[in-house]
Design a binder for this molecule. Structure first.
Ligand SMILES: Cc1cc2nc3c(=O)[nH]c(=O)nc-3n(C[C@H](O)[C@H](O)[C@H](O)COP(=O)(O)OP(=O)(O)OC[C@H]3O[C@@H](n4cnc5c(N)ncnc54)[C@H](O)[C@@H]3O)c2cc1C
Length: 414
């Protein structure tokens, strides 16, 4: 018996650089923790929020590449069970009369879910094999041959073999470990605010959008009856970036209220609910472009490394990136130099396509002139009559499917 045990232990590959700290517990962080644990690493996730952040806007997965990674993680059925089931999205005029309908797949992909519900599914799929530290943030990183020496806002300092930043657009790890490059975060000139409201619109798995030049207000049904999510998209009036404090919700709400203060339809009713919303969200739509996604023992994943913005498949990219990064680390027996280089080589073209697609997002989400709004509405009115079958499916999945997933169980070569 003892000899059998010794033989078994000797057959388990000894992986270098097993202790991996991940910053951020939204999508990219827990997805990476899942794949790292499955490949024999020991992940720890540190999240600034005191607990998992719920609610928020809907994110979607589309096409075979996204869905196959979720299926391999064993969470696709759970995601399907909790999806928003958005059926139709209707553009309306100031009086609420329909002017055009957008097919569900364009906004909602193959499966759409609230970001908070997805984060919970990912957390539950990983919490037994991942150490989670909530209400905690990295304050410094120092690397040498022995690892990355990390200090935290609350916990005692620790040393990890590798650190991965999965902490979003305003990444803390990027700020601490990557040389300051002012061009790396590009504001696309579009601003977005999202918060929960009561569903007094009888939405029933549908959405309504109302546009005036440079501004679109929308309301979508939530997962439960009586719940809805209001969304506001707007461009800076004079094309100059709006400056704001990321932590000052009061200031952000004033910016949103002032951008929409002369807009009709149901906008005043929606804005009335803004100060009471527990999940108010406001941010610029920005893209992250870095020369390198790693700096020694530290690397970035998801929005922290290559945010695309709405329309850029950021959520699907994050789960694919988690699969690839953990797979490459295992394939290289933990040799992070080899693994980080292969991860970046595989993902860069895919990320670039998503970012290119998202750069058209402002023109689509908040058309600049009344003429462009009318053109958009006309396009959606004509769409059902266009001859090419499968056109919508093709247009809405072509960037999401533009990657061949490596099979790490068969081949480990780049
Ligand atoms: C308005 C909007 C709509 C979108 N719609 C879609 C969509 O329909 N489809 C789609 O695919 N994508 C969409 N995206 C993009 C998508 O949300 C992201 O690409 C995706 O969530 C990737 O997430 P992430 O885990 O990299 O980062 P995030 O989801 O931003 O998570 C970062 C995490 O890090 C935590 N954090 C931040 N700072 C620290 C710190 N100092 N220490 C520890 N933790 C920290 C945060 O609290 C958060 O939990 C949308 C984005 C926006 C802004």
């Amino acid at each position: 018996m003892y000899y059998t045990y010794v033989l078994y232990v000797c057959m388990i590959p000894v992986m270098d650089n097993r202790r991996i700290l991940i910053s951020g517990a939204s999508v990219a962080g827990p997805a990476l923790a899942y794949w790292l644990a499955r490949r024999g690493f020991s992940p720890t996730v540190v999240e600034r929020a005191p607990q998992l952040r719920g609610g928020g806007y809907a994110v979607d997965f589309r096409g075979a590449a996204h869905l196959s990674v979720l299926a391999q993680m064993g969470i696709l059925d759970q995601i399907r069970a909790q999806q928003t089931r958005l059926a139709t999205t209707t553009y309306v005029d100031e009086d609420g009369r329909p002017v055009a309908r957008m097919p569900a797949g364009i906004f909602a992909g193959d499966v759409e879910i609230l970001r908070g519900d997805l984060a919970r599914i990912l957390y539950e799929a990983t919490s037994d094999r991942t150490e989670y530290l909530f209400g905690e943030s990295i304050t410094s990183l120092r690397q040498d041959a022995g690892g990355v020496h990390v200090t935290f806002s609350q916990a005692a300092p620790r040393t990890f073999d590798l650190v991965i930043g999965a902490d979003g657009l305003h990444s803390n790890v990027r700020r601490l470990a990557f040389a300051d490059n002012p061009g790396s975060v590009r504001d696309l000139g579009l601003y977005v605010s999202i918060f929960s409201v009561a569903d007094s619109f009888d939405l029933d798995h549908s959405g309504l959008l109302y546009s005036v030049p440079g501004r679109t207000a929308a309301v979508f049904s939530g997962r439960h009856t009586g719940q809805a999510v209001a969304q506001f998209f707007f461009t800076a009036p004079d094309q100059a970036p709006i400056s704001y404090d990321y932590h000052d919700t009061g200031q952000q709400q004033k910016i949103v209220a002032s951008a929409f203060d002369d807009v009709g339809w149901q906008v005043p009713r929606l804005l009335e609910q803004m100060p009471k919303a527990a999940d108010f969200y406001f941010d610029s739509v920005s893209q992250v472009n870095l020369d390198r996604w790693s700096a020694g023992r530290v690397a970035l994943i998801g929005d922290a490394g290559y945010a695309a913005g709405p329309g850029g498949n950021g959520t699907g990219t994050a789960v694919i990136a988690a699969y690839v990064l953990a797979g490459e680390l295992a394939a290289a027996d933990g040799d992070y130099r080899v693994a980080f280089a292969r991860y970046e080589r595989r993902l860069r073209p895919y990320v670039a396509r998503g970012q290119k697609q998202a750069r058209g997002g402002a023109a689509f989400l908040a058309p600049a002139t009344q003429k462009k709004i009318s053109q958009r509405d006309r396009f959606f009115r004509m769409l059902p009559y266009l001859p090419a079958k499968g056109l919508i499916r093709y247009l809405s999945t072509r960037t999401a499917t533009a990657i061949k997933l490596p099979d790490f169980s068969v081949s480990t070569a780049a």
